[in-house]
Design a protein around this ligand. Sequence first.
Ligand SMILES: *Cc1c(COP(=O)(O)O)cnc(C)c1O
Length: 241
Amino acid sequence: MTEKSFTEPADDSVRENLLRIRDTMAAACAAAGRPETDVSLLAVTKTVEPARINRALSLGVGQIGENRVQEFLGKRDALRLDGVGVHLIGHLQTNKVTQIVGLVDCIESIDSLRVARAVSDASLKIGRVTDVLVEVNIGREEAKSGVLEEELEPLLEQISSFSGIRVCGLMTVPPILETEREKRQVFSQMRQLFIDMRGKNINNINMSVLSMGMSSDYREAILEGATIIRVGSALFGRRNY
Ligand SMILES: *Cc1c(COP(=O)(O)O)cnc(C)c1O
């Protein structure tokens, strides 16, 4: 994004960006021989003000993703969330779990037995089952959350008995890579892991959602099998923290 787009009316840039993203999604689906209905766009709304988020929702964006519990709680009353899916995509601390369960449709960032248990318990307490994804640190990066590849199957086995959560698939934030080849390689590795886990047929573990791809690499993610792409800056413009 250039500086200029920020001085234009907010509504115009969100609309233009959305059209461009939808075009790119359609082209990537076509190139991969996948139906467009296979892939859904999750608008990442961290740091974005409610007016711009509502603009995206009015243009048909059906899902949003927020990173931080506190920020979402602060904005949520200003959002037109009727019929909109809300996903938590940032690292979730156990002590925040009760504040967020019941207010989101999916928690994409389950990365430990402890947080999975907390989400399950909090959900049961309010008579719900929460959809979750398990986050994988596919690039084995020190600074990133998510479980390592070899930790995934044991974790899935352990949480499969938690009746307050429904595991729907996997999520990842891969390393920042430059070339298309490198990007596709890491997404392909992720898809292979996803397929392997599906093949294990673990009780109560459903492997249907693969959340990967952000503003700089969602095209490659779609080519390699993503079912949800999480796009922030390409839709709303560069973030001002
Ligand atoms: C911020 C964020 C995104 C979106 O990043 P962009 O590069 O702005 O598209 C996606 N997923 C997660 C987990 C994020 O924190």
